[in-house]
Write a protein that binds this ligand. Structure first.
Ligand code: SAM
Length: 284
């Protein structure tokens, strides 16, 4: 008998992966958590039936959510990560010796524990002494944090349905603005331009961020296991433009080895297809 994981990308489109084994299933207080093993993508985990991380392509997402901001301002010292329970974003951040502290605020402790058990490839550095793990709602945490406390906020969240909804609101972005330093940068996973649900959320998130920050841009990556494979990230900042101000030579000098990100791609990732540029600038 063949076992397949199937994800509904739209009412008319599905994406399937042949599965060797269903390794784990549980319902946490926040969401349904499943872990599978497959030949093609290795182990992967899903929340509420949506793909979060696969062993094979996680490096693309985690490189791109982290290194663009760090190469724009290599002096970043205080970081807030929201969501990111698989640990991949913290793994990349902890490679920078210059980062002094990382607060990671994840709503669901079970995601972290399950990933520590099944996905050590991402959840491998959550015990770094610079990391504080906080199990709380990111919106609530941001609302209570002090003005100017962070140089970088990374929003590594689920889609804006279920627990992730509050992380796509104007309230949340206003708090992010307030708690960032004058040189602060916000990076968020900004959905996909291709299928209607993701496209709608992509436009809504980007237009709210653009109305909150003086500098707001979107950049792209190819992530095979996310709907359509074409994914965007948002880059917003009070001061730094990710192209004009990027310190690419300083980043190169760090000698970090990356599998997806490089300094040519840093610039190239902001070159968006015409239809995407139009979607991001047209009124909702
Ligand atoms: N790379 C993934 C993607 O885009 O599909 C995101 C993965 S990461 C595991 C997303 C995490 O955000 C989940 O573990 C989820 O529990 C967490 N999350 C969702 N809503 C949250 C909230 N309001 N506050 C903090 N964490 C939240």
């Amino acid at each position: 008998m063949e076992l397949w994981y199937t994800e509904q990308w739209t009412d008319e489109v599905r994406f399937s992966i042949k599965v060797n084994a269903h390794l784990h299933t549980e319902k946490s207080p926040f969401q349904q958590i499943d872990v599978f093993d497959s030949q093609e993508f290795g182990k992967f985990f899903t929340l509420d039936g949506l793909m979060m991380v696969t062993e094979k392509d996680e490096f693309i997402y985690h490189d791109m959510i982290t290194h663009i901001a760090m190469a724009t301002n290599p002096s970043i010292k205080r970081v807030l990560v929201i969501g990111a329970g698989d640990g991949g974003t913290v793994r990349e951040l902890t490679r920078y010796k210059t980062i002094e502290h990382i607060d990671m605020v994840e709503i669901d402790e079970r995601v972290v524990r399950v990933c520590e058990q099944y996905l050590p490839v991402t959840a491998c550095n959550l015990t770094d002494p610079r990391v504080s793990l906080i199990f709380d709602d990111g919106l609530k945490f941001a609302a209570l944090a002090k003005k100017g406390s962070y140089d970088l906020i990374i929003v590594d969240s689920t889609d804006p349905i279920g627990p992730g909804e509050g992380l796509f609101t104007i309230d949340f972005y206003n708090h992010c603005y307030r708690i960032l330093s004058d040189e602060g940068i916000l990076v968020n996973q900004n959905e996909s331009p291709y299928f209607p649900f993701n496209r709608r959320e992509m436009k809504r998130a980007f237009s709210k961020i653009r109305n909150t920050f003086p500098i707001a841009r979107a950049y792209q990556a190819h992530i095979p296991t996310y709907p359509s494979g074409h994914w965007l990230f948002g880059f917003a900042s009070k001061k730094f433009d990710p192209l004009k101000d990027a310190q690419l030579d300083a980043w190169e000098a760090l000698g970090l080895k990356t599998k997806y990100y490089n300094t040519a791609l840093h610039t190239g990732a902001f070159a968006l297809p015409t239809y995407v540029k139009e979607l991001l600038t047209e009124d909702e």
